[in-house]
Design a protein around this ligand. Sequence first.
Ligand code: ATP
Ligand code: MG
Length: 310
Amino acid sequence: MPLLEVTDLKVYYPIRGGILGGVIGHVKAVDGVTFSVNEGQTVGLVGESGSGKTTIGKAILGLVPIRDGTILFDGKDITKYIGKNRSEYRKSVQMVFQDVHSSINAKKMVLDVIAEPIRNFEKLSRAEERKKVDELLTIVGMSPLDAHKYPHEFSGGQRQRIGVARAIALKPKLIVADEPVSALDLSIQAQVLNYMKDVQEEMGLSYIFISHDLGVVKHMCETLAIMHNSRFVEVGERNDIYKNAKHIYTRRLIASIPDTNPDMKTVNEMKRIEINKEYQEQYNNYYMEGGMVYPLKSIDGSEAHYVAIP
Ligand SMILES: Nc1ncnc2c1ncn2[C@@H]1O[C@H](COP(=O)(O)OP(=O)(O)OP(=O)(O)O)[C@@H](O)[C@H]1O
Ligand SMILES: [Mg+2]
């Protein structure tokens, strides 16, 4: 049984307007997505800005109401959790938020930022708590001496690591990591990603790793779901996606991965132009009216590789 099973999830945000400020329509932020996450697995959600990635994460955390569909965790419907089960779920699933500035309280010392979830769920003495915070700081490559500093005294990369330390404090089973490294320099990106991988191995964690950049998720995710216009255009194992992408949108995303090899620069630039042209010309063959994405179907009977084509 998968750890998390999301089926036909829909999340619509109300649009308010008119003189009375009533609901005059909806933004269909997530419009029917299905995927699952196994224990210890990392699933990547990749797609451009506004495609609905963060909304999926928030729905899993129970932070936005679900319009339709189900989310099962350990086989149980998360919307039906109450009392003790709800609190257990809130411990088991954590999110590293996209916007660290707003998710970390700038007025709190690092010690308090990281200890907050521990204080909410566990009764530890001051000394035990301090020991745990020191351990967490060490795991993410920072120093116990940092505990008495404030978030503004750190670089963006260090703040992201504080976010990761806080998310792992309760030994969750699943972490939704929303663009955890997108604000960072390439060299620091690799550092934070490596910490996340080490922690995963140590604790048997599962990740949902959200990014707009297929280059970043490449070494993190066994399975990838490519999102566009509120739905998945393609789902597959790492090799299916990077070596054998079927949807024009996925191929365009792959072509946009920055070059690491300067010798290939011209060749890749040509390829990018070619694929962009194909994307414009072939759009109507890949999307329904209004840009609506087709339902996914299996490629050659594969149980792992799916693409949204007519
Ligand atoms: N609280 C909200 N109220 C109304 N609309 C919202 C709200 N949050 C998000 N949206 C809309 O829902 C859609 C999906 O937003 P979401 O934040 O999930 O995208 P995203 O894929 O995470 O984008 P990004 O890569 O920029 O973070 C967008 O059209 C966005 O404008
Ligand atoms: Mg987002």
